[in-house]
Design a protein around this ligand. Structure first.
Ligand code: APR
Length: 329
């Protein structure tokens, strides 16, 4: 029996007698049958997600559902943890996170440099930090390329990122599949007249230890990242369309401490599996777990490699990383 079929049988067996109800066939159309995948009947398969009698899901079960195409509208939420393997510190890891290591005589507390009021009062500490974030300084890592593979295989509905490093885009995931919820360094605008400032001018000033200024009104130019106190980009509202139809939620490398992003973790239907890969349990998955949650705690690279292995994607992932970075895994 073809491997995908055995995965489908296992997925059916996993969900008990109701499993076959999740398969139905649309009338024959050009190109043959298009079976309605599990995801169409996911709640009829998983029930309402409230019954705790069903066995706990494992990462292997998730891989079976993906291989059986029972999950093909995957929404992903990521945080700074996916970029630490690229050399970018996260924010809250004890000892290594930015908030525990940043010291600056003019800054009352580390988070202040991302607060709009403080920035308008004294932008220099922010630009001291920003200098390290120059786009050329970091490259995507295997986690970004795993998500790129998810896109290449037509499984990624949308990737919601809190990261401003642009590494998701740099890995080849198209902008149409991305919601950069906290903005990015890709553009910059004047805090006074709102004129867009060319990125190269912005970076020339930052790398030259000068506060970037608008060439028209001399106002301070700020990168289009979302500071505390600022509204999220309109594009964030895509979640209203994406999360209700998602049939799998992957949450990678985030402490789920910043709203409104963190609440998205509860925006999928209760019957939809949620996979949380992180050093430690966090957010609603820690204090309000659901019966279909899979917590893969520990190093993110190990977790992603394990899921890739279970999916049979290990070689493809290695080839992609090598093609894109020249690095041999
Ligand atoms: N493997 C597994 N987990 C990791 C790894 C790793 N290699 N590296 C970091 N982590 C985990 C940390 O344990 C932590 O739980 O990733 C999580 C990162 O959490 P934060 O540092 O809080 O980052 P994030 O959740 O993205 O912060 C959200 O806060 O300051 C704001 O705007 C900023 O977007 C940021 C937001």
């Amino acid at each position: 029996m073809a491997q995908w079929a055995s995965s489908a049988v296992r997925a059916l067996r996993l969900w008990g007698p109701g499993g076959e109800r999740a398969w139905a066939r649309r009338p024959r159309i050009a190109g043959g049958w298009t079976p309605i995948p599990f995801s169409a009947g996911v709640s009829s398969v998983f029930g309402n997600g409230g019954d705790s009698k069903k066995e706990k899901l494992s990462l292997q079960d998730i891989a079976e559902l993906i291989r059986a195409r029972a999950c093909q509208r995957v929404v992903v939420m990521v945080g700074a943890g996916i970029s630490t393997p690229s050399g970018i510190p996260d924010f809250r890891s004890p000892g290594t996170g930015f908030y525990s290591s940043f010291q600056h005589c003019d800054v009352p507390y580390p988070e202040a440099i991302f607060e709009l009021t403080f920035f308008l009062h004294n932008p220099s500490p922010f630009f001291t930090w920003a200098k390290k974030m120059h786009p050329g300084n970091y490259r995507p890592n295997i986690i970004h390329y795993f998500l790129r593979l998810l896109h290449d295989k037509g499984l990624l509905l949308r990737l919601y990122t809190q990261n401003i490093d642009g590494l998701e885009r740099a890995s080849g995931i198209p902008g149409s599949k991305l919601v950069e919820a906290h903005g990015s360094f890709a553009s910059a605008s004047c805090t006074v007249c709102q004129r867009t400032s060319p990125a190269e001018d912005f970076w020339a000033s930052v790398m030259g230890d000068r506060v970037p200024r608008c060439t028209v009104c001399t106002g301070v130019v700020k990168p289009d990242i979302v500071f505390f106190g600022e509204a999220l980009p309109q594009r964030f509202l895509l979640h209203l369309a994406d999360f209700p139809i998602a049939d799998l939620l992957l949450i990678l490398g985030t402490s789920l401490q910043v709203e409104p992003f963190a609440s998205l973790s509860e925006a999928v239907r209760s019957s939809v599996p949620r996979v949380f890969m992180n050093q430690e349990a966090a957010g609603a998955l820690a204090w309000r777990p659901r019966s279909r949650d899979v917590l893969q705690l520990g190093d993110l690279v190990d977790g992603v490699k394990m899921l890739a292995e279970l999916l049979g994607w290990t070689e493809e992932l290695k080839d992609l990383v090598q093609r894109e970075t020249g690095k041999v895994l």
